[in-house]
Design a protein around this ligand. Structure first.
Ligand SMILES: [Zn+2]
Length: 332
């Protein structure tokens, strides 16, 4: 997944001015409610980070989530069963895609919808596949081995599974779609084409009745020292959502959400944004490229992306922010 992005994003804003003959510029502006806002609430459900960690561990224990393998099949069954138990409407979007090796493989995007009839809704997403080859591994012999993907894949998925369990017990005001994309990480360095195949398919064949007002993507959120800087593609397409969420996280005293810009990341939020679904990426972007100043954090796309880098506190920190954010959110 996620290579540095050297593409330029051409966003053309076309402002249409309706010609209204008699312009009364001194009239007071009526009722300019923001599209969405955060309400003050007394409390919100607890995010159980031990359960989130158990979901993460379970995925890693199944083994690589690479299409066609037994571990892939078992993980898919597990994800669908956990999501179904929450009472959400769970749907599978099956598709085939040709990966850079030339093989055509079968994939599945999984959606769990809470309050599917409510058009005031948001989407929370992560990728559930894991990279089929550890091409960044220092050990030449391991470069073709699939990665454990404890952080890259399983962490975001685990947080969303726990959130689904919370949402199932106590519905928030808004509707929520939790989407687990397949086939995010089949790309090869030097080309973006093989990445994000699941979200590309989802965006091109949008399977739900209502589009979300915006979406939040989680990727690599479980590292002991996880830090979330503001990611440039997210800022460009959905700057207001970045602002709202970062401010909220900081108001809770969460030190992981910083106001610096991260490097630009190619992740599932790019196809979604290009298809008009406003999406932010919460990602520990410093890991991408493997050039973190902390040697322990050099495990991106290697066989070292395992449980040893994960902390329950990091899962708690991100999970608590998202829980509070969802229950405070009002869509106007
Ligand atoms: Zn990746």
């Amino acid at each position: 997944m996620k290579t540095k992005l050297y593409l330029t994003f051409g966003v053309s804003l076309i402002l249409l001015f309706a010609g209204c003959g008699d312009k009364k510029t001194d009239q007071p502006v009526e009722n300019t409610k923001p599209l969405y806002e955060l309400m003050k609430i007394d409390s919100f459900p607890k995010f159980d980070s031990l359960r989130a960690f158990a979901h993460l561990k379970k995925q890693v224990e199944f083994g690589p989530r690479v299409s066609g393998t037994e571990s892939y099949r078992q993980t898919k069954e597990y994800l669908i069963s956990v999501l179904s138990e929450t009472g959400a409407l769970v749907t599978q979007q099956n598709f085939e895609a040709t990966v850079p090796t030339g093989e055509t493989l079968k994939f599945t995007n999984i959606t769990a919808s809470f309050k599917p009839e409510n058009d005031k809704r948001i989407m929370l997403c992560a990728h559930w596949d894991s990279r089929p080859h550890a091409d960044q591994d220092k050990d030449e012999a391991k470069k073709k081995t699939p990665i454990p993907g404890a952080n890259d894949g399983a962490s975001g998925t685990a947080v969303l599974l726990e959130l689904a369990q919370i949402l199932g017990k106590q519905n928030p005001e808004i509707g929520v779609d939790i989407v687990l994309f397949d086939a995010e990480d089949y790309g090869e360095s030097g080309s973006l084409e093989g990445y994000c195949l699941g979200s590309k398919y989802y965006a091109a064949n949008f399977p739900l009745k209502f589009r979300p007002k915006f979406a939040i993507l989680l990727d690599m959120v479980g590292d002991i020292d996880a830090v979330f800087n503001r990611e440039p593609v997210s800022v460009q397409y959905a700057g207001d959502v970045v602002e709202l969420l970062w401010r909220y996280a900081q108001s809770l005293g969460n030190w992981r959400f910083k106001d610096y810009r991260s490097q630009q990341i190619y992740d599932d939020h790019v196809p979604l944004n290009e298809a008009g679904i406003k999406t932010i990426d919460i990602i520990d972007a410093d890991l991408v490229g493997g050039d973190s100043s902390n040697p322990r954090r050099g495990y991106w796309h290697t066989t070292q992306d395992d449980l040893s880098n994960i902390s329950i506190e990091a899962l708690y920190d991100i999970g608590r922010v998202l829980t509070g954010f969802i229950y405070s959110l009002k869509i106007n």
